[in-house]
Design a protein around this ligand. Structure first.
Ligand code: CA
Ligand code: CA
Ligand code: CA
Ligand code: CA
Length: 259
C-alpha cells in the first residue's frame, strides 16, 4: 500500500513537473539572451611612432605594403558564438583587398578571441583610410569597431648595397638609390672581419640610379683573404648623414672562404 502510494505520487509528480520544467527553461533562457559581439581593433605597422595615429608608409609604391588587422572579439555567449569577422577598408582610392575576412587566431579567455587578417597597399592615393571591422555571431547580431590609418609614399632617398665582389686585392661594390628622391654625396665603408678597412666617397645618385664603386687605399690596407675566410661588410651612408626611407638595409655582408 505504501509502495503503491509512492508510485501514485511519482506518477502525479511526473505529470505536474513537466509544466514546471518548461517554465524553468523559459526563465533560464531569458537570463542568457544572445548578446552582440564587441570589438577592439589594432592596425600594424605604425611606420611613424612619433606621430599620433597609425601611419603606413610605403617605400616603393610598386611594391605591396602589408597592413595587419588584429581584433579582440568578445561575446558574452562565448567566443565560439562568433560566426564571422570581416573588415572593410575605405579611403581616397579603392582598396582591392577589401572586404577582408579575418581568421580566428587564438582564444584569450572564455568570451574573448583574437582574429587576424591583412591587406596590401601599393599605388593607392595618399591620405586617411578607415578600417571598419564587423563581427557577427551565430544569432545574427553584430558589433563594429573602426580604426583609421594614414597612407603615405616615402619621399626620401634609400641607399642599398646590391653587390660586393673583388678583383685581385681590390673590393668593388654596387650602390643603388632605390628611394624616391635624389641621394646627396655619401660615404660607404668596408669592414673586413669587423675591422674598418676602407672609406669611399659616392657621388650624388638620383632616384633609381646605381653606381659601381671600389675601395682604394686606406691606411695602407690592401685586401688579402686571411684563412680560412673573411667576412666582408659594405655599408652605405657612413655616420648616417642622409635621411632615408629605410635605414636598416644599408649594409651587405658576405662570407668569403679563401681559395
Ligand atoms: Ca552572441
Ligand atoms: Ca604613429
Ligand atoms: Ca637605406
Ligand atoms: Ca641614412
Amino acid at each position: 500500500m505504501f509502495v503503491k502510494g509512492l508510485v501514485v505520487l511519482f506518477l502525479l509528480s511526473t505529470m505536474l513537473v513537466p509544466a514546471v520544467n518548461v517554465q524553468a527553461e523559459v526563465n533560464s533562457r531569458a537570463t542568457v539572451l544572445n548578446t552582440a559581439p564587441t570589438l577592439d581593433s589594432f592596425l600594424s605597422p605604425d611606420d611613424d611612432p612619433a606621430t599620433p595615429g597609425v601611419q603606413v608608409i610605403n617605400n616603393n609604391p610598386n611594391t605591396n605594403k602589408m597592413v595587419t588587422i588584429i581584433v579582440n572579439v568578445s561575446d558574452d555567449n562565448g567566443w565560439d558564438d562568433v560566426a564571422s569577422v570581416t573588415a572593410e577598408i575605405t579611403g581616397p582610392s579603392v582598396v582591392e583587398d577589401s572586404p577582408v575576412n579575418l581568421n580566428f587566431d587564438s582564444a584569450v579567455n572564455i568570451t574573448t578571441a583574437i582574429y587576424k587578417g591583412s591587406f596590401s597597399m601599393s599605388d593607392h592615393l595618399e591620405g586617411d583610410y578607415k578600417v571598419e571591422v564587423t563581427a557577427t555571431d551565430a544569432g545574427g547580431l553584430s558589433g563594429t569597431n573602426s580604426r583609421n590609418f594614414t597612407y603615405a609614399i616615402c619621399k626620401l632617398p634609400d641607399l642599398v648595397i646590391t653587390d660586393v665582389w673583388n678583383v685581385g686585392n681590390r673590393i668593388y661594390y654596387n650602390i643603388t638609390n632605390i628611394g624616391n628622391a635624389p641621394a646627396p654625396r655619401s660615404l660607404s665603408i668596408l669592414r673586413v672581419d669587423g675591422r674598418l678597412r676602407g672609406i669611399d666617397l659616392v657621388r650624388r645618385l638620383n632616384s633609381g640610379e646605381s653606381s659601381t664603386e671600389s675601395f682604394r687605399w686606406y691606411r695602407w690596407y690592401r685586401w688579402r683573404c686571411s684563412p680560412p675566410g673573411d667576412t666582408i661588410t659594405v655599408c652605405a651612408d657612413f655616420r648616417n648623414r642622409i635621411d632615408e626611407c629605410n635605414e636598416t638595409n644599408n649594409c651587405r655582408r658576405a662570407v668569403w672562404s679563401c681559395r
